[in-house]
Write a protein that binds this ligand. Sequence first.
Ligand SMILES: NC(=O)c1ccc[n+]([C@@H]2O[C@H](COP(=O)([O-])OP(=O)(O)OC[C@H]3O[C@@H](n4cnc5c(N)ncnc54)[C@H](OP(=O)(O)O)[C@@H]3O)[C@@H](O)[C@H]2O)c1
Length: 264
Amino acid sequence: MPRYALITGASSGIGLALAEALARRGRHLILVARRREALESIACELTQRFGVEVLFRVCDLANPLQLTGLLHELEEGDRPIDLLVNNAGIGTSGSFLAHEWSDEQRLLELNVLALTRLCHGIGNLMVASGGGQILNIASVAAFQPGPWMSSYYASKAYVLHLSEGLREEFKEYGVKVSVLCPGPTQSAFFRNADLDDHRLRDGKLMLSAEEVALYTVKALARNRAVIIPGWRNRLAARLPRLLPRGLLRRLTGRINRSLEISRR
Ligand SMILES: NC(=O)c1ccc[n+]([C@@H]2O[C@H](COP(=O)([O-])OP(=O)(O)OC[C@H]3O[C@@H](n4cnc5c(N)ncnc54)[C@H](OP(=O)(O)O)[C@@H]3O)[C@@H](O)[C@H]2O)c1
């Protein structure tokens, strides 16, 4: 029976690049996101180019009812998943207090709760079917506090620590867990979070989503625990251990403020 890699947030950016990199290696895929048309055309293209089976499910993962429906379908269905890529995630920028609570809640539902629930639900399915592999997407933001993007940074710190904890727990069940911590990457992420990425792009400080995906699939094959593409990003992940915490908070806050685009 064929096995599938399930990728959340596969309709653009890093998730799409990971889908392509995995299809290129002959993996059958189940793609999940909200935009039906994007998923449809990606599934069609990857099937044609790589001859793999590509299914897709439209699901708002920040909606607990829709997430329950997806998990139920996966539990009842006959498409075993041996790789889960928990990639879907969003950011918010600017003053925590100025945000609508619904925006904060959506971030937590998606970045934290949906990811954790998929690790639990699909983790159990993997154990029942003899094992598998989970890749969670955190960020270099996971290594430090991030004023003016406080809940985003905190959500990614959660993902990093959850993943490392589960890696140890799941060993005895034959499920490998890795966490990807990208730095700034070319995608729709910045625009969607009201952040201006022009200076990062101009300064060539961003990797492409394809570079991140290529590095990641190689690291996954070696079962690396914490995957950080790019030397600048590996350095950025180390800095919080070297700098005084107060200085780090102020510096990060200043950078985040400078990237903010005020909402109209
Ligand atoms: N870009 C960066 O600089 C960067 C750096 C570090 C970490 N990351 C992390 O990388 C991951 C991917 O981000 P990206 O940069 O590739 O951004 P992106 O291009 O905006 O992709 C986000 C993906 O998540 C999906 N998504 C958003 N809300 C969703 C929801 N409620 N339910 C289901 N799917 C949802 C989007 O699809 P639909 O709109 O179709 O639902 C899209 O496929 C995120 O976890 C992000 O935090 C990004």
